[in-house]
Design a protein around this ligand. Structure first.
Ligand SMILES: [Zn+2]
Ligand SMILES: [Zn+2]
Length: 344
């Protein structure tokens, strides 16, 4: 099946209108041209905010919960920077700067996939959004029926894989046999499995599971570790948990919940941008949007026009939503939650 003529026309009109809006913004706000500087500046500001407030927490000036929420917010900006870097929007001609920025955003978001590997799957996502082989979105539960299992898998990439590994391997085999996955895709899948969460992700997830286990045990009054050993262990893991791991777990829950429900799955043809996404910005999604830089409002814009950084996309929201409404892009189709994210 190919994209129907009506959708092709809609895609052309929407893309043109968004491009024009971005051009208007660029001619109105001349500072937008300092893209490399803005990207690097945001990296410095976000990481400084995280480090300074971690220090304030360490000297007991701010509470643990404030720190966790604060870091979760700033890591959402680091996530947007990573996504922009994947699309070559900062330091396009400098591999060194791209690698430095990739490294930093990975360290501060230790539960995520290696960004050099994610780059491959993210471009794959743009090509095959809504398909079985959309590894990136499938990985964050897009297309699953809603259940307690999906809720548990939503923030957790490791459990999301472990809970479904048998089915995933079967699906991959079938898709490879039918020619939907190439040799190169298979090579990348093996690489993802071996190195995607090493050396950062898997140790971080394990520390998090141990923290949960110890927390639940002490809740029930069961002593797992001897007190002095527990104190030693906690003095090592507490900063990792409260600065790096827990904020990212919360942020990932918010981002993955929004993204896995705003992308449609199953009945979308390759390249039919019109049906790939919906705008998910209902009032109740705001606590989630806060930790994913308004992803539910802006990611659809990105599917139509990929080469604008996240802040320009945010600035074009009003005009883009107007044209979306005129052309019939779906808004807040929460009924799709009951259809395992299908379009119809
Ligand atoms: Zn993208
Ligand atoms: Zn997408």
């Amino acid at each position: 099946m190919s994209i129907n003529i009506a959708d092709q026309e809609r895609i052309k009109r929407i893309t043109l209108a968004i491009r024009q809006e971005h051009e208007r913004l660029r001619s109105t706000y001349s500072w937008l041209k300092f893209q490399d500087f803005i990207g690097f500046g945001l990296l410095i500001v976000s990481t400084s905010m995280i480090l300074c407030f971690s220090w304030l927490w360490h000297i007991e000036i701010i509470s643990t919960w404030f720190l966790v929420i604060w870091v979760a917010f700033w890591t959402s900006i680091l996530h947007e920077l990573e996504h922009d870097l994947i699309h070559g929007l900062y330091f396009k001609s400098s591999k060194f700067m791209t690698n430095v920025m990739f490294g930093v955003v990975w360290i501060f978001r230790p539960l995520t996939l290696n960004p050099w590997i994610r780059k491959y799957w993210h471009h794959h996502h743009h090509q095959h959004s809504g398909k079985v082989i959309d590894i990136e979105e499938r990985g964050v539960t897009n297309g699953e029926r809603w259940s307690l299992k999906r809720l548990i898998m939503t923030p957790d990439l490791l459990l999301s894989f472990l809970f479904r590994c048998v089915r995933i391997f079967t699906e991959i085999k079938t898709e490879f046999k039918s020619g939907n996955l190439s040799e190169k895709d298979m090579k990348m899948l093996r690489k993802t499995l071996l190195f995607g969460f090493m050396p950062i992700g898997i140790p971080a997830y394990l520390i998090f599971y141990i923290w949960i286990f110890l927390g639940v045990s002490s809740w029930f009054g069961i002593e797992i570790m001897e007190a002095t050993l527990l104190a030693k262990w906690s003095s090592f893991t507490d900063p990792l948990i409260y600065v790096f791991i827990l904020p990212n777990y919360i942020r990932q829950f918010c981002l993955h919940f929004i993204t896995s429900n705003m992308h449609f799955y199953g009945d979308v043809e390759d390249g039919d941008i019109f049906r790939q996404t919906q705008v998910l910005n209902a009032w109740w999604t705001w606590p989630f949007q806060l930790f994913c830089f308004n992803f539910g409002s802006t990611h659809s814009i990105h599917h139509f026009v990929v080469n604008e950084p996240f802040y320009t996309r945010q600035m074009s929201v009003k005009r883009a939503h107007l044209i979306f409404r005129e052309e019939g892009v779906k808004f807040n189709d929460t009924a799709s939650f009951n259809r395992a994210n299908s379009y119809e």
